[in-house]
Design a protein around this ligand. Structure first.
Ligand SMILES: Cc1cc2nc3c(=O)[nH]c(=O)nc-3n(C[C@H](O)[C@H](O)[C@H](O)COP(=O)(O)OP(=O)(O)OC[C@H]3O[C@@H](n4cnc5c(N)ncnc54)[C@H](O)[C@@H]3O)c2cc1C
Length: 378
């Protein structure tokens, strides 16, 4: 792959960079509600300027950006250290799923409010006994007049408490093989049959929730991709999720490493051989992540679909981010144990990196089977 930007790509980078410089929203406020409202406002501003959903086709309100432009955009967002938009799950997963599998009416109804953050989306996949083995999920949906009634429990549902819509995968047929009995619904969260209970994370925030569905009603027109095709639609969602996690990751980790190197120098630890060796390892990791990301992008440009390279990047990023933030807390000493300081927050939040979006063990299985062609375990 050619690693230099051509004239129009360089012009695109400059345009993004100067817009972000002129419109940086400033530091995010503390507190779950205030932070979410801030990100929602930030997304509105991005949307007004045409920067929300840049990978979406123009006919659906996006910018129709190429893969290289998307990578430039994510890198510039990370470089400028701006917050992610509030409706990240709608932008990265909900919208692309509706564009790929939805009807014209569904596109008309849902896409624009995703872009503007008017309606927030969440992902109702994981259950208490079904995370990595998603196809074993038990939430069921039963056919009733004009629609379906869903009953069951989801867990770790990010932003469910802020959401209007949930991408809900439910079992509609118990007589067939587990992958075949699933259907994909868009469920209205603002109804009596849905109860949301926040879960407190190690950081003290409540980013995600338990969600209980008790005969929640879903009209027929909110079924996506056809009855019994839920597994196929869910896979589209997960592929978009992993592709979304990768964007800008290398730049964000390199940015944080540069900040850590400054802290190391301020504390007079830059001659410590152990710290120097750890920083060298992290620098090598950042470069490997950056180049691996480019290799994944090249493969995707050739095949049109994200390949297993995304799993390598997801694994590398999680490991790097955890090592970097642990080193930062070591460098800070007792200060690194204080709750509420930025590095402690990052260290605690990074613990989830090897779980969210597919665990590191599951990524290793994918690499073993699809990259190294090792035999399947089961
Ligand atoms: C911050 C955060 C946000 C999240 N947001 C959402 C969300 O919005 N919506 C949603 O649906 N889910 C969400 N999740 C859930 C996430 O997708 C699951 O936690 C993840 O898929 C793992 O599932 P699990 O927790 O049930 O663990 P399990 O699948 O029970 O895994 C337990 C352990 O066993 C290992 N393991 C499991 N299977 C295998 C295997 N075949 N081979 C080797 N090891 C294996 C795992 O790696 C893990 O270490 C979120 C999670 C986090 C941490």
């Amino acid at each position: 792959m050619d690693l230099t930007l051509n004239e129009s790509e360089a012009a695109f980078r400059d345009e993004v960079r100067s817009w972000l410089e002129a419109n940086h929203p400033g530091p995010e406020p503390h507190g779950d509600e205030a932070a979410f409202a801030f990100r929602r406002e930030w997304q509105r501003k991005m949307h007004e300027a045409g920067w929300a959903g840049i990978s979406w086709p123009k006919e659906y309100g996006g910018r129709g950006a190429t893969l290289i432009e998307q990578a430039i955009f994510s890198s510039e967002m990370a470089r400028a250290d701006v917050p992610s938009p509030a409706n990240i799950l709608g932008l990265v997963m909900g919208g692309p799923v509706i564009m790929a599998h939805g009807t014209e009416e569904q596109k008309e109804r849902w896409l624009e409010p995703i872009l503007s953050a008017e309606e927030i989306w969440c992902q109702g996949f994981s259950e208490p006994e079904s995370g990595s083995d998603l196809a074993s999920l038990k939430t069921k949906a039963v056919k009733v007049d004009g629609g379906w009634k869903a009953t069951g429990q989801k867990v770790w549902t990010t932003f469910a408490h802020e959401s209007k819509w949930c991408m809900l995968v439910a079992r509609t047929d118990t007589e067939v093989a587990k992958h075949k009995g699933l259907t994909y619904f868009i469920c209205d969260m603002e109804q009596e049959g849905v109860e949301i209970r926040p879960l407190v994370q190690i950081t003290g925030e409540s980013e995600f929730n338990e969600v209980f569905f008790q005969e929640a009603f879903i009209p027929d027109e909110n079924l996506v991709g056809g009855e019994g095709n839920g597994w196929m639609v869910a896979i589209t969602t997960l592929m978009n999720e992993r592709a979304g996690l990768g964007g800008g990751a290398a730049v964000a980790v390199s940015r944080d490493l540069a900040a850590l190197i400054e802290v190391v120098k301020e504390r007079g630890l830059d001659q410590d051989p152990q710290i120097r060796a750890k920083i060298a390892d992290l620098l090598i990791g950042c470069e490997a992540l950056r180049l691996g990301g480019m290799r994944a992008m090249t493969a995707q440009m050739k095949t049109g679909i994200p390949g297993p390279e995304g799993s390598i990047g997801k694994w590398e990023w999680a490991t790097l981010n955890q090592s970097l933030t642990e080193l930062a807390c070591d460098v800070l000493g007792p200060e690194g144990l204080e709750r509420g300081t930025p590095w402690t927050y990052r260290m605690l939040r990074s613990r989830a990196n090897s779980i969210e979006g597919g665990t590191t063990e599951v990524m290793k299985n994918i690499i073993a089977e699809r990259v190294l062609q090792l035999p399947r375990l089961r």
